[in-house]
Design a protein around this ligand. Structure first.
Ligand code: CA
Length: 227
């Protein structure tokens, strides 16, 4: 079955271009042209991925994302205009998986879409990972510390799983970006620091442990939770 993608974009020519390109890649696409229609469609559960513009009539993209996340973990890539850095960070805070800055090249879009859809536990992979009191169930997309369930966005979960698969080794920001986000993305390794901060807040700070270690000049290492 081809993956289904919802394009929420009010600029009709951009929506059409994206749609043509993704259909050529074999995806099934639908479009919504304002925030309300976009939210309703995204909540239908029919889509594997949502491309969500920020500047939208009726309901802006960040509000759509916020409401969507109350009920759905569908993958979301935000489309932001150049210069809206705050919006990008806000989008990630609200649980977007990724963002693309307009104007973007179509092959960049396709690469990001592929990467966003790639991260699924496949048969044969070990489904349960653990490190100290920390456990992650890849199939269920759930993580626990002791008996407490963690509230993680999909991207945070994927990053945590990546670290749990690479214990006690130093991982560079570029490697993390490549393996978790799935593209060669030179420059904005900032994203990794933002996400590590989220995980530290939700795990290290909350439970008084120390899983995530910064290795100056090199990247990050994941340990057993205790120094
Ligand atoms: Ca727009």
């Amino acid at each position: 079955m081809a993956d289904k993608i919802l394009i929420v974009e009010d600029e009709l020519h951009i929506a059409r271009m994206i749609r043509l390109e993704l259909e050529r890649e074999g995806y099934l696409c639908s479009c919504a042209h304002d925030g309300e229609a976009g939210l309703e469609a995204a909540l239908s559960g029919e889509y594997d991925l949502v491309l969500l513009d920020i500047m939208l009539p009726k309901l802006d993209g960040l509000t759509v994302l916020q409401r969507l996340r109350q009920r759905s973990e569908v993958r979301v890539i935000m489309l932001t205009a150049l210069g809206e850095i705050d919006d990008r960070v806000k989008g990630l805070d609200l649980g977007a998986d990724d963002y693309l800055t307009k104007p973007f090249a179509m092959r960049e879009l396709v690469a990001r879409v592929r990467a966003a859809l790639r991260h699924r536990a496949s048969a044969g992979e070990e489904t349960e990972l653990s490190a100290g009191e920390l456990r992650a169930d890849r199939l269920a997309f759930r993580a626990f510390y002791g008996k407490e369930e963690l509230t993680l966005t999909r991207k945070e979960f994927e990053l945590l799983v990546f670290f749990m698969e690479h214990p006690d080794v130093v991982c560079s920001r570029e490697q993390i970006l490549r393996e978790v986000w799935g593209y060669d993305y030179v420059g904005d390794t900032n994203l990794i620091d933002v996400y590590i901060r989220y995980l530290r807040t939700k795990i290290d700070d909350r439970f008084g442990v120390h899983y995530f270690r910064t290795v100056r000049g090199l990247g990050y290492a994941f340990g057993t939770g205790h120094e």
